[in-house]
Structure formats: structure tokens, C-alpha cells
Design a protein around this ligand. Structure first.
Ligand code: MEV
Length: 317
């Protein structure tokens, strides 16, 4: 028996980093996916194959070790361990992970992988409800990213455009029009956990300043919600660029990101980092009138591509 599921990546339109400290964020999932295929094995082993590499563990080590040797594959082994324990099974399982989302560029590949693997592995026993699936995927991801807000994982599982409140969960946002976005990759690979830790150190040194930034971000998010309800792309884009100014002030932008944002702003409604920053990608808001111009402009400097909002979230294939 095989169980196959896929989950989308994401962009953060407003609120990355500040969301870790209680500010709401606006995110959407995008039409780039990660899929996971699981099947039982005759051997008592767990095998994982992905673009990032291969790893395997015996069922005994899965239950008796702390999984630390498995590094970035750790969340996936943890997902298998939990599922086997819950169903009192000791069968071997193989997971194959395939991705349309490059890792380490801020498009939510690790959250999407956790969501897809949680759905696929548990689907070998029983399909989980989305809330239960999100709970387990966040638990797995926090094995390596302890301070994650859970925003990326939630939007990957539920799909669509959402307001994420770290204290009370998410709310879907309905918008009259589909958003058209252009992503440009700085080609500077980042490590989300490292940047989140750096921001924490910055916050501790600059407590009052950081609180002011959180208040400003809170205002920006409120205004962005009004803008999306009125379908005011000019305002929504302007607010994205204002959000970028705050991200610059907390030092998660880079020279290359600043350059890409400047270029994107020449033709689009607005642009900013998406995700942790320190490299990774920028996202710019466009529509049919300026999408091609923005892509042509950014293409001269770097790799870029258009994306749309994905409304399905995780799905079984
Ligand atoms: C990473 O995609 C988003 C951050 O806000 C971290 C988080 O929300 O956990 C930087």
C-alpha cells in the first residue's frame, strides 16, 4: 500500500519575525508543492529519500535513540515514530520526498515537507483531520526549529490567504481578486533558525526599539487587511514596502535584497523580503498590467518567477 500527499509552500506578505513575538501575520500558500509518498517495507527499517539526501534507521534505533544523528531529517523520523507508536505497529516504512520548492530560500519548504510527510505517513493508517495534521506537523518541525511560530505550517496545510495570530490560530481572508506575485531569489541561501536567533539577540539588546517596531507592524497588518478587503492593490503594495523598511531596521535585509526590492518597486505595487531574510527571496505584488515588466526587470539581475495563491493546502494524491 502507498500513501501519497502534497503540500504547498508559502510567502509571508506581512509580519515575519514580528509574528514570533505575538504580532499577527498575513501569509498565503503558493502554487509550488512538495510531495511525499510512503509505503510499508518488509525490512524493519525507516528509509527517507529526498533531494536533500538519503537517510535510514532501523526500527529499534527509531524507538531507542533521540534521533539527533539524523539532523535535518529528524522531523520526518519523528513523524514515523509517532505514527508507529500510536498504531502499535513495528513495520518498516519508506518515504520519498519530491519538491518544486528550493530549500533555504524562504518559501516554506521545510514546513511544506513536514505537512506532506505527516499526511502521507499517517495516511498509511488513517487520514488525519487538517487541525490534527497541523498540530503534528508543527510538533515535528519544532524538533529542529524550536521557536517557530507555526504560521508557515498552518498556511501550508489549510491553503489560501490567511491572517495568522500566534495566540489564537489562523483566520482565512477572502479577497475579491486573486493576488499575482513575483518571487525573485537573491541566491543567498539562509538558515531560518539562525536568523530567528539573531533577531532574538537584536530584540534583547534593543528592547524598546523592537517593541516600537512590533507596534508599527501591527498597524501595517491592520491597514493591509482593510486594503485587501477594498481590493486596493496600490495600498497593499505600499504597505508591503513599508514592512520591508521595518525588516531592514531589524537587520534581516542584505545589500542584494535591498537591490532586488528597489528594482521590483520600479514596476510593481510594492516588494519585500518573504520569510526569514538574511538572503532568500523577495516577493512583489503585481497584476496583469505590470507582471511582465517586473519579471523582465528582475530577470536582468537574478532568477525570478510568478506565483499564484494556492487554495487547496495539503491534499492526498
Ligand atoms: C519564517 O518563514 C518566518 C519567521 O517569522 C519565523 C516563524 O514565523 O516561525 C521568520
Amino acid at each position: 500500500m502507498r500513501s501519497r500527499a502534497s503540500a504547498p509552500g508559502k510567502v509571508i506578505l506581512f509580519g515575519e519575525h514580528f509574528v514570533v513575538y505575538g504580532v499577527k501575520a498575513i501569509l498565503c500558500s503558493i502554487n509550488k508543492r512538495i510531495s511525499a509518498t510512503s509505503q510499508f517495507l518488509d525490512e524493519r527499517k525507516v528509509k527517507i529519500r529526498s533531494v536533500l539526501g538519503e537517510a535510514e534507521l532501523s526500527i529499534d534505533s527509531l524507538h531507542n535513540s533521540n534521533l539527533s544523528a539524523t539532523r535535518f531529517m529528524k522531523p520526518f523520523f519523528y513523524i514515523v515514530k509517532k505514527a508507529l507508536e500510536e498504531h502499535r505497529k513495528n513495520k518498516g516504512i519508506e518515504i520519498v520526498i519530491e519538491s518544486q520548492i528550493p530549500a533555504g530560500i524562504g518559501l516554506g519548504s521545510s514546513s511544506a515537507a513536514c505537512v506532506a510527510v505527516t499526511a502521507s505517513v499517517n495516511g498509511l493508517f488513517e487520514r488525519l483531520s487538517k487541525p490534527e495534521l497541523v498540530k503534528r506537523a508543527i510538533e515535528a518541525e519544532r524538533i529542529i526549529f524550536r521557536k517557530m511560530s507555526g504560521a508557515d505550517t498552518s498556511v501550508s496545510a489549510f491553503g489560501g490567504l490567511m491572517l495568522y495570530d500566534p495566540n489564537s490560530g489562523f483566520q482565512k481572508i477572502s479577497s475579491k481578486n486573486d493576488l499575482d506575485l513575483v518571487i525573485a531569489n537573491s541566491s543567498q541561501v539562509h538558515n531560518t533558525q539562525e536568523i530567528v536567533t539573531r533577531v532574538r539577540a537584536f530584540k534583547e539588546k534593543n528592547h524598546d526599539f523592537f517593541n516600537q517596531m512590533c507596534k508599527k507592524e501591527d498597524e501595517i497588518v491592520k491597514e493591509a487587511l482593510l486594503a485587501i478587503r477594498k481590493n486596493d492593490l496600490n495600498m497593499f503594495g505600499l504597505l508591503m514596502s513599508k514592512n520591508q523598511d521595518l525588516l531592514q531596521k531589524i537587520k534581516v535585509s542584505t545589500e542584494k535584497i535591498d537591490l532586488l526590492v528597489r528594482e521590483a518597486k520600479k514596476t510593481s505595487y510594492g516588494a519585500k523580503i518573504t520569510g526569514a531574510g538574511g538572503g532568500g527571496c523577495i516577493v512583489s505584488l503585481v497584476d496583469k498590467s505590470n507582471s511582465a515588466a517586473t519579471i523582465n526587470n528582475l530577470k536582468k539581475i537574478t532568477d525570478c518567477f510568478p506565483v499564484k495563491v494556492d487554495y487547496q493546502g495539503v491534499r492526498y494524491i
